[in-house]
Design a protein around this ligand. Structure first.
Ligand SMILES: [Zn+2]
Length: 1015
């Protein structure tokens, strides 16, 4: 699966208690109300309750006055929301067993000492039973106190004991083949299903346990005889109990059921769109990874329980149906319906099964023995050709690279109008967002870069993930890290113009930022709850996974990496693996006798990554490694990594041939240098997953060398120096003064990678200063950025551009320039927008500049209204997202409120875009506190749409909280999340959010003086 988070994870560091937050104006609860924002008219229809809020919060001001300072009003509003909401939720009721027991016993006020002792004894006994491995209780469980061992079993929905207690299914029964018949009704949004599972009993057992979720089971038969089924909803399991042991052998289990097509984005779900004639169209599609196949059919829903599948789909004639395998026949049924039957599948995991019923049309082409097709809604049939050509080229590349031809006779790529993830690699039927598959005639190379990237990722999964699958979700990185690495590697080879090298460097920086937090986790992590499975789809599995594979490939020589991969794929064809299996295959081909397993385990078993400190005395260099944590206080971590340390020096520093390697396995080691070496740069091109700190002299020599000639180092090395010194500053190892010293060279910089990294880092600091209302420092930061980047900003062209690298750079520069009002950027953007309007949207705004132009345009009522019309009518999804980004960047609180409500309920704005809306709103002062309030008030609704632990929820939480920096905000964030119980308090992202706020507070405390003196 490809997650869809297009923005760098914010790593702010704000602080400073804002005394204004201590005051609490009396306000009504706007976040609970769904406002009807008058899109076409102005103040006349403004909602009374909102007006009341405005009056009370702002002291009789009316936001609808043109002259109103919306921004300052919003600031006041935001502050009042902040105070009020801190009192709204209690701290109690988190999801712990103790608290369930607590709710059942209310201690008497007249308890005697003896009574207390008895209670303690009884409580102890209950706790013993309670914490027996695998013990789970229903919500009513604590009322049914059983004293026998049976009580460790949970209670099924019928009140009988359920015979299984674990998240993982018992090992005694495996599926062999599924026959699945489905009939979705797209009028009533329901479906009927029938599944016949051929099972193999491996060990004698009295129970068969499998998964089922939200299915109404009407009939179950086992080997032709009707049987009784038990359901235990918390674990999404059903079970059949037998009076006698089932003997080893094969049996057939039949289950008939009905269900609703899901309204969220997983399982068998309904989706809709409005075509260009204004007619609403509906469709049904699936998204099963990781745990939702069980929502479409009862199954053994674990990645290692592979099986074959035969699928039949009943549909109305106007629809087509698609599944993993090619269709073998269509049968006419009564009532004018038709049934499609698909060929028996290859052996695969349940999470890869997929089917779609929709009015799509497709185009096809052949590669080797595979028919590749791209499907979309009919209105967008002109946007599929790029994806078809690209996927054919990439399929050819992978067939050759893996020396293992794609095994199916067809491969469909389908753009789904409402889809949450970026894409999903279902075998033979890959599903995408429209943005990540369709390319319109006005799309730029940057738009193509995104589409190519996602296709390359999903195609790589057809081998890594589909053909060879991780045994359990703890090793998800084997799927995702590999697919991410292959996406960069394949595109660099097949589409070198797309500049994926720079993109991959950015991705490594993202991974380092996430992994430097205490709340991070090892690449291979134990997962024992469904939420933890969802949480594995994160930067560590994807981006760190890809980064450590790059480091390994850069360490191996002579194509050993590819040889090892080929061997691994052949050896584990159609089966499941763990990390160790991959390392062993790579160790076997290594000619330098590198123990790959020993080296790579240090990168997958520990969380985080090392900081290497370089200290030089004459010709002697001392290298020290330690776990790099942004907050290392009280850390006793003595993890050691096997680091394939690379370095160059002043005599030869640019070319790959200059690279020298030293394997640092111990805490410290020394290197002897020749006398004449002036300076050293470690981690050549940032291919290694670690950061480097030099002694004062080391930094000074590097900075002096760059000031003389930036080309002494490659652009990736320069970008890495910038990235590393900002990270060191966040951790408190260097002061911001030293960051500014390095940044002095930036005026001579012209390359995309270092400039975009510098802009990103400075932009983060600016936003934090802005959010704490420190206008003086924020404006000094603006001047600093103007002084260092102003010339480049002014010199950017606003014409069509074809180089991806130039587009990436100019869009970063101009986005920053326009948002900070630097130079003539806003005027130019406005000019381009006006031209576009007067030409009736036929003149082209360069696609990479659209976001900048729309953000400027959205600040007027007229511009915002035009963008909303464009959003509603555009049939180009990439343009649509940029329009939405513009809409959400408005400073007008009424519009912000409208957009939040409408994107969450999906009425005017697709719900899939809610995370984008939150992210964009939170970048600006006007709405970020309101967005946080909205999030709290609507948490239940949000988690009905986006699963707890999912990347969408994580993105929403980080967008809303990562710019907090006060103690008040910290306490409030802690209180809110601890009040959530099963709805989210256990999420790792909550720890990350809290840690980030603490880091923000600390950073400002340490660096505020420096900022005041040197900015
Ligand atoms: Zn993936």
């Amino acid at each position: 699966m490809e997650t869809f988070e297009s923005e760098r994870a914010p790593l702010p560091r704000n602080m400073i208690e804002n005394s204004m937050f201590e005051e609490e104006p009396d306000v009504v609860d706007l976040a609970k109300e769904s406002p009807s924002y008058p899109i076409d008219s102005d103040d006349a229809v403004y909602e009374p309750r909102s007006s009341r809020l405005l009056v009370r919060g702002l002291g009789e001001n009316d936001l609808d006055e043109d002259e109103e300072d919306y921004e300052s009003s919003a600031r006041l509003l935001g502050m009042s929301f902040m105070n009020r909401s801190s009192n709204q939720r209690g701290v109690a009721s988190s999801y712990t067993r103790q608290q369930y027991s607590g709710s059942c016993s209310k201690p008497s006020t007249k308890t005697t000492v003896v009574g207390v002792l008895i209670l303690v004894l009884v409580a102890s006994m209950i706790m013993v039973v309670y914490f027996l491995p695998g013990c789970t209780f229903t919500r009513k469980g604590c009322k049914k106190s059983n004293s026998t061992m049976d009580s460790i079993y949970p209670i099924s929905t019928s009140g009988e004991l359920f015979p299984w207690t674990e998240l993982r299914l018992p090992p005694s029964v495996h599926p062999v083949h599924y026959n699945i018949s489905l009939h979705p009704n797209l009028t009533f949004m329901t479906f009927q299903g029938s599944v016949s599972i051929l099972v193999q009993v491996l060990h004698e057992t009295k129970n068969i346990v499998l998964h089922s979720s939200d299915l109404n089971i009407s009939k179950v038969s086992f080997d032709g005889k009707e049987v009784h089924v038990l359901e235990y909803k918390p674990l999404q399991q059903i079970a059949i109990k037998f009076p006698e042991d089932l003997k080893k052998g094969q049996y057939v289990l039949n289950i008939d059921y009905t269900a609703k097509l899901s309204n969220s984005y997983d399982g068998f779900y309904n989706s809709s769109y409005v075509d260009t004639n204004g007619t609403k169209r509906v469709l049904a599609a699936t998204q099963f990874e990781p745990l939702a196949a069980r929502k479409a059919f009862p199954c053994f829903d674990e990645p290692a329980l592979k099986s074959t599948f035969t699928i039949k789909m009943t549909r109305e004639r106007k629809y087509i149906s698609l599944s993993n395998m090619p269709k073998v026949k269509t049968t006419d049924l009564k009532n004018g319906l038709q049934e499609d039957e698909f060929k028996e599948s290859v052996t695969m995991s349940t999470y890869l099964v997929a089917f779609i019923v929709a009015e799509f049309i497709g185009v096809s082409n052949n590669v080797s023995n595979t028919t590749v097709s791209v499907y979309a809604v009919p209105d967008k049939k002109d946007q599929v050709q790029y994806a078809l050509n690209t996927s054919c080229k990439l399929l050819e590349f992978y067939n050759a690279f893996f020396d293992n031809v794609y095994p199916l006779s067809k491969l469909d790529l389908v753009a789904i109008p409402d889809f949450l993830a970026g894409a999903m690699e279902n075998w033979g039927l890959i599903t995408f967002r429209e943005t990540t598959l369709l390319v319109g005639s006005n799309s730029s190379s940057i738009d193509k870069q995104l589409v190519t990237s996602v296709i390359a990722h999903e195609l790589a999964h057809q081998w890594f993930g589909n053909l060879v699958t991780m045994s359990w979700w703890n090793d998800l990185w084997l799927n995702e890290g590999f697919a991410t690495y292959m996406q960069y590697m394949s595109i660099e080879t097949v589409f070198p113009d797309l500049d994926m090298d720079t993109e991959f460097l950015k991705v490594r920086f993202e991974a380092l930022a996430k992994d430097a937090l205490n709340s991070s986790h090892p690449v291979s992590t134990v997962v024992s709850t469904p939420e933890q499975v969802e949480e594995m789809f994160d930067a560590v599995s994807y981006e760190k996974g890809a980064s450590i594979l790059l480091m390994l490939n850069a360490t191996l020589t002579d194509g050993e990496f590819r040889k090892g991969v080929i061997e691994y794929l052949q050896k584990y064809n159609l089966s499941n693996t763990e990390s160790e299996d991959l390392w062993n295959s790579l160790s076997q081909v290594s000619k330098q006798n590198l123990n790959v397993s020993e080296m790579m385990n240090t990168w997958t078993v520990h969380k985080g990554f090392p900081l290497v400190t370089v200290e030089r005395k004459g010709t002697l260099v001392t290298l020290t490694q330690e776990h790099f944590l942004l907050n290392a206080e009280n850390s006793t971590d003595d993890s050691l990594w096997h680091i394939p340390l690379t370095y160059v020096n002043d005599s030869c520093s640019f070319l790959s041939s200059c690279k020298q390697v030293f394997h640092l396995k111990d805490k410290t080691a020394t290197l002897m240098l020749p006398d004449q070496v002036k300076w050293l740069k470690f981690n050549f091109r940032s291919d290694g997953f670690y950061i480097v700190h030099y002694d004062d002299e080391g930094w000074k020599n590097l900075i002096d060398a760059l000031k003389k000639d930036v080309n002494v180092l490659s652009c990736k090395d320069r970008a890495a120096l910038i990235n590393n010194i900002f990270a060191l500053s966040r951790s408190g190892k260097v002061s911001f003064r030293e960051v500014l010293n390095l940044m002095e060279y930036i005026r001579s910089e012209t390359d995309t990678a270092p400039l975009t990294e510098a802009l990103f880092q400075l932009g983060q600091i600016f936003r934090l200063l802005d959010k704490r209302s420190d206008f003086d420092l924020a404006s000094r930061m603006t001047s600093y950025i103007d002084q260092h980047f102003g010339n480049l900003m002014t010199n950017q062209s606003w014409d069509l551009e074809s180089s991806v690298s130039k587009m990436t750079l100019r869009s970063a520069l101009l986005e920053m320039a326009c948002s900070l009002n630097i130079g003539n950027c806003p005027t130019q953007a406005k000019h381009l927008f006006d031209q576009w309007l007067t030409s009736n949207k036929t003149s082209q705004i360069p696609s990479d500049l659209m976001r900048t132009v729309f953000r400027v345009a959205a600040q007027t009522d007229e511009g915002w209204g035009t963008l909303l019309d464009t959003y509603k009518t555009s049939i180009n999804d990439q343009e649509k997202r940029k329009t939405l980004d513009g809409l959400a960047s408005t400073q007008d609180l009424r519009k912000i409120i409208w957009i939040l409500h409408n994107s969450l309920d999906g009425s005017e704005i697709q719900t899939q875009e809610f995370p984008l809306v939150i992210n964009t709103i939170c970048k600006n002062f006007a709405g970020y506190l309101y967005a946080w309030d909205f999030l709290k008030e609507n948490w239940d609704k949000i988690t009905q749409k986006f699963p707890v632990g999912s990347f969408a929820i994580r993105s929403i939480i980080m967008s809303a909280t990562s710019q907090f920096s006060t103690k008040t905000h910290l306490t409030e964030t802690q209180n809110f999340f601890s009040s959530l119980g099963t709805k989210g308090s256990q999420m790792r992202i909550v720890q990350e959010a809290i840690e980030t706020i603490k880091l923000n507070m600390r950073w400002m405390e340490k660096n505020l003086n420096t900022l005041q003196i040197f900015l």
